[in-house]
Design a protein around this ligand. Structure first.
Ligand SMILES: C[S@@+](CC[C@H](N)C(=O)[O-])C[C@H]1O[C@@H](n2cnc3c(N)ncnc32)[C@H](O)[C@@H]1O
Length: 319
């Protein structure tokens, strides 16, 4: 479908509605009218940008119930196909986030489930259930909603390595969400799995870089992953905690650290230790520092860079 620019009158409506003197009720009405006028025949990205601009200025001025009404309206009127449909995820994400921030967790979960039934990209049922259990067990946020697809793709790659020898590790675990999933899949393939052969490297002194789930100390992560008491925890800054183990071999490494040096150090350390067929996956390809580290590593070692549609970069060791 050809993209149409944001129409002048509609842009004007947004600009007017965003003015500080406009009352919340009037602004809300103006935006609803603009959305109604455009829904279905508009460039979804331009509409999303205009709405994001609008809400970055005005969100604090609306009551949560007003915001909820607005986003629910958006969900009702937006078409399920075509460019405007991409706004749907954002609208659902806003609803989940608003409910979560108000500590209305049940309500946040209801919106999340509504999103799954309505417009979420499809994942398999086992992933869906495990991911939900992982979010609850690690008290991780339901948003950003796009994280679900990123972790689904991570599990798809991980499943290719289940029959290989070697350790599995995560560097930078936050509250342990991805580690919970990785350990669950290890348990699916071996019901006796208790965490042995799985390592976590993290400073555990709170995030040095942006993490949507915030601070997690070692005791919290251990509690979140209590089902797997055999996990080996290596606490400390990456630079000092990577052990001198010439014989250490890994089949799968998930890199959640995103600062330039810690990611580059991790890649340099783990890549030569991959078993044939093993994978390293970084979840930071969408972040400038992490991307720079990955590109430096690729050029330095003349490797083939592979990426996923969910801002991940990964390397596979040839057989
Ligand atoms: C963005 S979070 C990881 C998210 C996690 N992979 C997930 O899926 O939930 C970054 C994590 O890396 C850790 N971290 C950041 N820099 C570090 C460093 N230099 N050494 C050790 N840990 C570090 C932080 O403590 C935090 O837990």
């Amino acid at each position: 479908m050809a993209k149409t620019p944001l129409q002048l009158t509609t842009r004007h409506q947004f600009v007017q509605a965003a003015k500080p003197k406009t009352t919340a009720a009037k602004a809300g009405t103006a935006i609803v009218q603009a959305v109604d006028a455009l829904a279905g025949r508009h460039d979804g990205a331009a509409l999303r940008d205009a709405l994001l601009d609008f809400f970055s200025v005005r969100e604090a001025q609306f009551k949560p119930a007003e915001l909820e009404a607005f986003f629910s309206h958006l969900i009702r009127v937006l078409p399920r196909k075509g460019p405007a449909a991409e706004l749907l995820e954002w609208a659902y994400q806003s609803l989940v986030r608003i409910a979560f921030n108000r500590k209305e967790h049940k309500r946040a979960i209801e919106f999340y489930k509504q999103y799954l039934g309505d417009c979420a990209p499809r994942c398999d049922e086992r992933f869906e259930q495990t991911y939900f259990a992982a979010m609850i067990s690690t008290a991780s946020r339901l948003t950003p909603l796009a994280r679900r697809m990123q972790l689904f793709l991570l599990m798809q790659l991980f499943q290719r390595t289940l029959s290989l020898p070697g350790l599995v590790a995560e560097c930078g675990c936050s509250r342990g969400l991805a580690s919970y999933l990785l350990c669950s899949y290890l348990k699916f393939s071996d019901p006796a799995f208790n965490g042995r052969g799985y390592r976590i490297f993290d400073s555990f002194d709170g995030p040095r870089e942006s993490s949507v789930d915030g601070v997690a100390d070692l005791a919290t992560v251990k509690r979140n992953l209590a089902e797997y008491p055999g996990i080996e925890y290596r606490a400390g800054a990456i630079a000092g905690s990577l052990p001198d183990e010439p014989k250490g071999r890994y089949r799968f490494v998930h890199l959640g650290v995103r600062s330039y040096q810690s990611l580059l150090d991790s890649l340099e350390y783990f890549h030569p230790k991959l078993v044939p067929g093993g994978y390293i996956v970084s979840d930071g390809f969408g972040q400038p520092d992490a991307r720079k580290a990955i590109e430096t590593f690729v050029v330095r070692h003349r490797l083939k860079l592979r990426t996923t549609p969910a801002s991940q970069a990964y390397f596979k060791r040839g057989r």
